[in-house]
Design a protein. Structure first.
Length: 238
């Protein structure tokens, strides 16, 4: 069965170019010219979304944020600027890869194929739920609101990136479990994505620093040689 790719760009010429190239590679395609149409079509369950960042009515980063709030459909960003902010923010929000315009249609097809191979490589036994659990979670003085992407300690909100929140939500969703770095990488991006052990460690350091400023020195515990788990979140030293 052919896989379906949703192509989202406000430039009809670019859409036509990508639809032709993807179709020639054996993919079924759908098209959307703005962010609102993209969200509606994303609900139909495409296998991957090729998503322009600069869209009318709802930009690509907002579309990605909303898609990621309900599922893990792979996303390949298109950016009109070779700009590190777009890259970092796009990946932080959950994009799987990006291509900078102007691009070769063959490059886009190759990246789409690579992302889909990585997604298919996830063993069934290792399948993981979406990055953040539904509803609210509380432990000690820590509270998480997954729908609002809000984290607070003793009622003081912590300004977290999407990746930081997703790591914390994963730990809080199973407070007795020690998560290895590999498990957290799989939870966030899927196997094969260019996230390393150092990346996870960096995010955890940032989380600890942000909560320490609010008195939460014990939010995340390290298990040497294994990984991380949620701490008691009572305000003591970790």
């Amino acid at each position: 069965m052919s896989q379906t790719i949703l192509v989202v760009d406000d430039d009809p010429h670019i859409r036509q170019l990508l639809v032709f190239a993807l179709g020639k590679a054996g993919f079924d395609t759908r098209e959307a010219g703005d962010g609102e149409a993209a969200l509606e079509m994303a609900g139909e369950g495409p296998d991957l979304i090729v998503l322009d960042i600069n869209l009318p009515r709802l930009n690509g980063l907002d579309v990605c944020r909303r898609v990621r709030a309900v599922g893990d459909t792979p996303i390949l960003f298109l950016s009109s600027r070779d700009d590190e902010i777009d890259r970092v923010l796009g990946i932080e929000l959950g994009g799987d890869d990006y291509v900078v315009k102007p691009f070769s249609p063959r490059e886009v097809v190759a990246r789409v194929s690579a992302i889909l191979r990585r997604s298919a490589a996830r063993p069934a036994a290792e399948a993981l739920p979406t990055p953040t659990p539904a509803g609210q979670i509380s432990r000690g003085r820590l509270s998480l609101d997954a729908e609002a992407w809000r984290a607070a300690f003793s009622g003081q909100e912590a300004a977290l990136t999407v990746t930081e929140f997703s790591i914390l939500a994963a730990l809080a969703g199973a407070p007795g479990r020690v998560f290895t770095r590999d498990t957290l990488i799989d939870r966030l991006r899927g196997p094969g994505f260019a996230v390393t052990d150092r990346t996870i460690d960096s995010h955890v350091r940032n989380l600890r620093a942000k909560f320490a400023k609010l008195g939460g020195h014990d939010v995340i515990e390290t298990r040497a040689g294994v990984g991380y788990r949620l701490g008691p979140c009572l305000g003591g030293e970790a």
